[in-house]
Design a protein around this ligand. Structure first.
Ligand code: FES
Ligand SMILES: [Fe+2]
Length: 426
């Protein structure tokens, strides 16, 4: 439970807010690389931490992310003409380059130097791992690039997609780092008892702080297995989770993979959820898996409508009560994180944390909140928040069955922190 004041700090990420200042100290995912398919392509609207921006790729392939509003009389640059290394406002012809300089002001007298005095807000971008990232904070505090392992593997080994979620970023984050919900919300066949999560419905959540956030394990004693099924995750400040997606019993026949999410605030009422998956195997992902973590997802997501899912709160997420009676808890399809979105949006646009009753399984959520509130204080006091230093580069998420008397913190240490290859589950 958080009091009203703490809740407000976590929820708001616009310019000048304490959490907004925290967010602006990290590289933030702004859009997917393929949204800017070629030089001089159509500009793209981006909503990020409460700011309205326009992304474009110039003639030389440089990426620009500028204020939506032209500094002259505030026309939207979404309607701008992307031409010869700049975006030209179509109202009076002022033109801006990717660095925000006004490079042409044809409507003013030739001898005027007014254009040299006008700039538009622009943020540096980098294209990495299928995502275009931006940094919106103080230039002297720009962190090293987001070299998560998933951004560094070849494109053939990774899938990354995004979908809009209509609710505050923080409740999406909390939904994601909540390990126990998979047993219920994502149980897609309650008649199939093969999955460990289903055989053990109680999980002990253990959180180990790190300098980028924390690593946490859900430890499930599985009665018929003579050991614990451990899923070990990472939370990287401020909104990234790595989760294991490996070939353990009941999970089907797939290569060893790590997956994850980033719950990126668009504004206080919406977030963009980036979902990525990559394989630890030397071989590329199969066509089937690449499609499953790419094109197939867009059967359910309306790209033209701001990446909103076709199943949404307007149609009760397509809930099928007959399926709910016979096969799953939810009756909602598992495609494209629909179950997560349905339930997290159902909590209200900005979830009221003063009415909740947290239990032992909510330890990871409690830790994340504490860390975020601390980060707000650190940044306010002029310091750097956790997770900006790149110490997360080598981390992986791992799931294993471990003997009862073995601590996952010891047994999985190397696998969790050193990115040292994969050995199959016991
Ligand atoms: S409003 Fe953009 S040039 Fe006038
Ligand atoms: Fe989930």
């Amino acid at each position: 439970m958080l009091n009203r004041e703490e809740n407000e700090i976590i929820v708001h990420t616009g310019p000048g807010t304490p959490m907004g200042e925290v967010m602006r100290r990290y590289w933030l995912p702004a859009l997917l690389s393929w949204e800017l398919e070629e030089p001089d392509c159509t500009p793209v609207r981006v909503k990020l931490v409460g700011e309205e921006l326009i992304a474009f790729k110039d003639t030389d392939g440089n990426i620009g992310l500028v204020d939506n509003y032209c500094p002259h009389r505030r026309a939207s640059l979404f309607f701008g003409r992307n031409e010869e290394c700049g975006l030209r406002c179509v109202y009076h012809g002022w033109k801006f380059d990717v660095n925000g300089n006004c490079v042409d002001m044809p409507s003013e007298p030739a001898e005027s130097n007014f254009k040299d005095k006008v700039k538009i807000t622009s943020y540096p971008c980098l294209d990495m791992g299928g995502v275009i990232w931006t940094y919106m904070g103080p230039p002297d505090k720009q962190p090293p690039p987001p070299k998560f392992e998933w951004t560094q593997v070849p494109d053939t080994h990774r899938g990354v997609t995004k979908v809009k979620q209509e609710g505050n970023w923080s409740q999406a984050l909390e939904g994601g780092i909540d390990s126990i919900h998979a047993t219920y919300l994502h149980n897609n066949d309650i008649t199939n008892a093969a999955r460990y999560e289903q055989r053990a419905t109680v999980a002990h959540i253990e959180v180990e702080p790190t300098d980028y956030g924390y690593t946490y394990g859900s430890v499930r004693p599985v009665p018929d297995l003579d050991g614990n099924f451990v899923r070990a995750y990472h939370y990287v400040m401020p909104f990234t989770q790595l989760r294991p997606n490996q070939n353990t019993v009941g999970r089907g026949d797939s290569p060893p993979m790590v997956a994850g999410h980033m719950w990126v605030p668009m504004d206080d009422d919406n977030c963009m959820v980036y979902n990525w998956t990559y394989t630890l195997a030397p071989e590329p992902l199969s066509d089937e898996l690449r499609s499953k973590h790419g094109p197939e997802v867009y059967k359910y997501i309306d790209v033209e409508n701001g990446f909103r899912c076709i199943w949404n709160r307007d149609n009760d997420y397509g809930i099928d009560r007959e399926v709910q009676r016979t096969k799953t808890y939810t009756g909602i399809e598992s495609a494209a994180n629909l179950q997560d979105r349905a339930i997290q949006e159902s909590m209200g646009i900005q979830y009221d944390r003063s009415h909740e009753h947290l239990a032992t399984t909510d330890r990871a959520i409690i830790s994340a909140r504490r860390m975020l509130l601390e980060a707000a204080k650190i940044v306010e006091d002029g310091g750097s928040p956790p997770g900006v230093a790149g110490t997360y580069y080598g981390i992986r998420a791992i799931e294993r069955v471990l003997p009862e008397n073995v601590r996952w913190q010891d047994a999985l240490h190397e696998a969790l922190f050193e990115g040292e290859g994969y050995s199959p589950a016991v």
